[in-house]
Design a binder for this molecule. Sequence first.
Ligand SMILES: [Zn+2]
Length: 185
Amino acid sequence: MTIAVSSGAHPALVLNADYRPLSYYPLSLWSWQDTIKAVFLDRVNIVAEYDAAVRSPSFEFRLPSVVSLKTFVKPSRYPAFTRFNVFLRDKFQCQYCSSKYELTFDHLIPRSKGGLTTWENVITACSPCNLRKSNKSCEQLNMWPMHMPFRPTIQDLHNNGRGFPPNYLHESWMDFLYWDTELEP
Ligand SMILES: [Zn+2]
């Protein structure tokens, strides 16, 4: 059986049973293939659809753009330790000079001195600052970050996230994102 699908990735936003995104950071998105599987396994409700459809000679199925889980999943309090989330915690700013360009990561305690790659030791730094700091300690250089790195909660990232939305947001997702921002009159 051949299935034709209109072009594009068409991911579905996945909501928990309470209609909040299952995860914000990263945003919970499923491929259309996984989404259709979940629909046929009766694990999700379809909340909104794309104009696009998958077609075979015998059926046509519109691709869901938003689905909600039928069973509530307890959300985790802490976001994943990812590059994007570290940048988001630090508001996409070098923590030494506040530059917004050439961003990379610096280990506060250098790896060569046993510093770990953790929320508490990794901060956003621009390339020039990173080069300057190299494998020296903050004390040696008297070079301190604006904020000491910490493990953020989902809420911390959520507060910063409004300023840095993901690159692509389908219009049907907007009702379920940033629901606590002020509504336009
Ligand atoms: Zn810098």
